[in-house]
Design a protein around this ligand. Structure first.
Ligand code: GTP
Length: 597
């Protein structure tokens, strides 16, 4: 155990985590040139070219340092806020972390939020100034920033380049010298932390764990404490580029186990894995059942594809436990599903997979967060509202609560005013503002999650000319003054376009919604009135004018190839249209409320 080191890499997006990880594998000879080539030849997948570590959730390296042989386990952390719970569990499986900071970009929001997670878990932090080869690198200044942040000495900051390989030897030396060896007793009852799992269509779920105490053996009956289920360990092993089966894995080490589990949701990240016969009494702290944060309706474009959509969603759920869905019906869209996602990125991934892997064409409705509504009759029992149309009748409502987040934003001093105005517009309350340097400022806000779902990223980028980074984590529910804004097309309410909006903004947003929909819904043979309403009260109105005959005439005249192109374009557009009453609504219109500015 003295010769094991468990570490992860934390970094802001694009600061070079994958590239540096690849370098560590090269340097330690974990991946041979031939394997690297094979890997590339194996698939034309662009992701693979970007970094072979993407798919390796825990990779083991061997390295001889000062005549001693060491095993180094690199545990990967996903790089997006949607998956921050997984990041926290990966961090909990390590004793140390490389904190990578881009020498040109310096510290960004994700650097800080990941650093806090690492510090909460008492990890030894090894600061690495990466990309020193860049002409735009600013090593002195960025080193000062790191020193200020960590309270370390300038000479503790390792200068490196994932591109040239410079400094990789120093990083390996620091991992061995500074990261504490794991503690734990191999003879105690098995106690292992599950930090990741991967669905393999042939072998079932592969579960990744870090053994804290005890020893896991091939053929052992193992128990997952949170789910209460027991399985037979068909295969255990360690992961290099390939899996290496082993007979046993002891306290301090990292590995995988395959038990023939066929559904991703049976394995929960953060759960404790133990021996079925002699279970540990120490459940590992920090386990959470991940809850979806963002909900949206997914409907087949063609109503006849409903059953096929259900099949596809069920298959997706087998390998993505964080996807939840329940059937729902919409007056406008017919039968579909209300789906819960970890965040907006997760939602996009699911939509994309449905289209690519299952060849489904779907309409996704405007995403919303999960609200808690309390009626006067039962003011203590929340009604969970995952779809705005489920909001209880306002006349009987006591209050509505919505999820809040703590947002961390780092930007240049010049943009503080802009960022502040944006966050206030988004109902944010500033809780802290710190000058990291004279040029760079860290701001934290308490903000409703719903405002992040609505066009926040794009707006932040615009108001800061790209010089702002952003990260967040949930902080609980708060009471808000929310009302439901409904949209009527041709005087018919379209339930899939309803949204819960803060009362103070409702008129403004209702008006903008109407304007945006007028832009997005194609003109048809008749006038289409668009109205926004709160309850029975119409708050805004626009009209899509009917097509004039001569406009079509012009389009369909012209030469034949142009005409064909037009037709093809129309056909493509049709694929993502939904007929609601006698109005055709394109996919973008369902997302209109997200893009109002
Ligand atoms: P995500 O996986 O998206 O979070 O990014 P990452 O942090 O893993 O960064 P990645 O390794 O993909 O590198 C981001 C970009 O920076 C890529 O275009 C790399 O080629 C480039 N890059 C990484 N390391 C270096 C370096 O040391 N020097 C230079 N010049 N470029 C680098």
């Amino acid at each position: 155990m003295k010769h094991i080191r468990n570490f992860c890499i934390i970094a802001h997006i694009d600061h070079g985590k994958s590239t540096l990880a690849d370098r560590l594998l090269d340097y330690t000879g974990t991946v041979t040139e031939r394997e690297k080539k094979e890997q590339l030849l194996d698939s034309m997948d662009l992701e693979r070219e970007r970094g072979i570590t993407i798919k390796s959730h825990a990779i083991q390296m061997e390295y001889t340092y000062k005549g001693e042989h060491y095993v180094l386990n690199l545990i990967d952390t996903p790089g997006h806020v949607d998956f921050s719970y997984e990041v926290s569990r990966s961090i909990a499986a390590c004793e140390g972390a490389l904190l990578i900071v881009d020498a040109a970009q310096s510290i960004q929001a994700q650097t800080i939020s990941n650093l806090y997670l690492a510090l909460e878990n008492d990890l030894e932090i090894i600061p690495v100034l990466n990309k020193v080869d860049l002409p735009s690198a600013n090593p002195e200044e960025v080193t000062d920033d790191i020193v200020d942040l960590l309270g370390c000495k300038p000479e503790d900051v390792i200068h490196a380049s994932g591109k040239t390989g410079f400094g990789v030897d120093n990083i390996l030396a620091a991992i061995i010298e500074k990261v504490p060896a794991p503690k734990g007793n191999p003879d105690e009852p098995l106690q292992a932390l599950i930090f990741d799992s991967v669905y393999n269509p042939f072998r079932g779920v592969e579960t990744y764990f870090r053994v804290l105490n005890g020893t896991i053996k091939k053929g052992q009956n193992i128990k997952f404490i949170a789910t209460g289920k027991t399985y037979f360990a068909d295969e255990i092993g360690t992961l290099k580029l390939k899996q290496f089966p082993r007979q046993e894995i002891k306290a301090g080490d990292v590995g995988y186990v395959i038990t023939g589990i066929k559904e991703a949701k049976e394995v929960k990240v953060g759960d404790t894995l133990t021996d079925a016969k002699n279970p540990t009494t120490n459940v590992i702290e920090g386990f959470e059942d991940v809850k979806p944060m963002v909900f949206a309706g997914i409907y087949p474009v063609d109503t006849e594809d409903y059953e096929e959509l259900r099949n596809s969603m069920e298959k997706l759920q087998l390998n993505d436990a964080s996807l939840v869905f329940t059937p729902e019906s919409s007056a406008a869209l017919g039968f579909g599903f209300r789906c819960g996602f970890l965040g907006m990125l997760h939602m996009e991934i699911i939509q994309e997979r449905l289209e690519r892997e299952f060849d489904m064409t779907v309409i996704t409705t405007v995403p919303n967060v999960s609200y808690h509504a309390f009626t006067r009759k039962h003011p203590e029992v929340p009604v969970i509202v995952n779809n705005p149309t489920d909001l209880p009748d306002p006349s009987g409502l006591d209050r509505v609560e919505e999820p809040y987040i703590k947002a961390t934003i780092i930007t240049k001093a010049d943009f503080v005013g802009n960022v502040m105005s944006l966050c206030i517009e988004k109902r944010g309350m500033i809780t802290n503002q710190t000058y990291l340097t004279t040029e760079r400022v860290e701001m934290t806000f308490d903000m409703p999650l719903a405002e992040i779902v609505f066009d926040f990223y794009d707006r932040l980028k615009t108001v800061s000319k790209g010089y702002a980074s952003f990260d967040y984590h949930p902080i609980g529910m708060k009471t808000s003054k929310l009302v439901r804004v409904d949209i009527l097309l041709n005087s018919q309410p379209v339930d899939a376009l309803s949204a819960l909006i803060h009362a103070d903004n409702a008129h403004n947003i209702g008006k903008k919604m109407c304007e945006k929909l007028k832009e997005l819904i194609p003109r048809q043979q008749f006038d289409i009135p668009i109205q926004a309403a709160i309850g029975a009260k119409i708050i805004s109105r626009e009209t899509i004018k009917a097509l004039r005959k001569d406009v079509t005439a012009k389009c369909y005249g012209g030469d034949i190839s142009r005409k064909r192109k037009l037709l093809e374009k129309q056909k493509k557009g049709k694929k993502r249209m939904r007929q609601v009453g006698n109005v055709e609504i394109p996919q973008q219109a369902f997302m209109a409320v997200l893009k109002l500015n």
